[in-house]
Design a protein around this ligand. Structure first.
Ligand SMILES: NC(=O)c1ccc[n+]([C@@H]2O[C@H](COP(=O)([O-])OP(=O)(O)OC[C@H]3O[C@@H](n4cnc5c(N)ncnc54)[C@H](OP(=O)(O)O)[C@@H]3O)[C@@H](O)[C@H]2O)c1
Length: 274
């Protein structure tokens, strides 16, 4: 576990009506390395977690149904973006996070220090209960293996953050995203009821594939957008920093001022995936 002094400074930018905090970048590169499990490893946010953790000198154990989809992410990857991501410190396993046997392969003999769950997908592709089923399977495996720390990416608007979603997003939540939000809310309830774990539910605003800004605001009002690369940093810090300030909390995070919902730019990033 890494140890870092954490400063919480009041942020008085465009979101002055909503209390916000700036979480500074932690000195990960100077800290001890960790063994990190990433579920949904080929995803756009998850691949940022994988890539950044490897760059920090950590060992990463990733699970995805389609390992060949894992590429260096656009946000942090710079001119290496979209190249195949391979590294001696990366173990990538093909399987489903809803299958206990596949999840067990991530934990067996790997001395995992912390877990990132960054699963997603359209319900028509992944099913209406995948997030909840997979999270239950992963949390059970954590408990069986004595692993305590987990960060779980859900969304602005999930659980008691419903009123923090911008108006247009609330409309989507009540219509085309209704099923996915039932699954996300159930997923969050499951995590929150795991009193024996140290969890952080990470609720990002609209996700982009931009380079990391290093600015991650925890927002109590309506949230704007955030680069997946910044979400990944927050998720990794949540499982590796001893005194992380949002343990057993569910912060909404955003990088930009204002409360607009920025159109998701992930379709472009997924071009070329199988
Ligand atoms: N788009 C937005 O603006 C926005 C805003 C806030 C929150 N979010 C949420 O943030 C999360 C991350 O989003 P993202 O766009 O970065 O994700 P993403 O690119 O859609 O990645 C999700 C990953 O989950 C994996 N997955 C799905 N079912 C799986 C299973 N059964 N077992 C193992 N892996 C599985 C998928 O890989 P395989 O299919 O290959 O397994 C995929 O790589 C999602 O929950 C999303 O709803 C999105």
């Amino acid at each position: 576990m890494k140890i870092s002094a954490i400063l919480l400074t009041s942020f008085s930018g465009a979101l002055a009506f909503a209390p916000t905090f700036h979480v500074p970048k932690f000195p990960s590169s100077t800290s001890l390395s960790a063994n990190i499990a990433v579920f949904g490893a080929s995803g756009l946010t998850a691949s940022e977690c994988v890539y950044q953790a490897l760059n920090n000198g950590d060992k990463v154990f990733g699970l995805t149904r389609n390992p060949s989809n894992l590429v260096i992410p656009k946000g942090s990857g710079g001119d290496k973006a979209d190249q195949k991501l391979s590294n001696p410190n990366l173990t990538l396993i093909g399987g489903s996070a809803t299958e206990a046997g596949d999840v067990a392969k991530i934990f067996e003999g790997n001395d995992i220090d912390g877990v990132v769950i960054a699963l997603g997908g359209k319900t028509k592709d992944v099913g209406t209960t995948m997030l909840t089923d997979a999270t239950k399977t992963i949390l059970n495996a954590m408990k069986a293996n004595g692993v305590k720390r987990v960060s779980v990416v859900t969304s602005i608007g999930a659980g008691d953050s419903k009123d923090q979603a911008p108006f247009m997003f609330k409309v989507l939540m009540a219509t085309v995203m209704k099923n996915i939000f039932v699954d996300k809310n159930n997923q969050e309830e499951l995590v929150k009821s795991s009193s024996d774990l140290e969890w952080c539910i990470v609720r990002p605003g609209g996700l982009t594939v931009e380079p990391p800004t290093g600015v991650i605001n925890v927002i109590e009002g309506e949230a704007g957008s955030i680069a997946r690369a910044d979400v990944a940093q927050f998720c990794l810090d949540a499982i590796t920093v001893d005194d992380f300030p949002y343990i057993n909390k569910a912060p909404c995070i955003s990088s930009v001022g204002g409360t607009s919902w920025v159109k998701d730019r992930s379709a472009k990033a997924r071009d070329g995936m199988e």
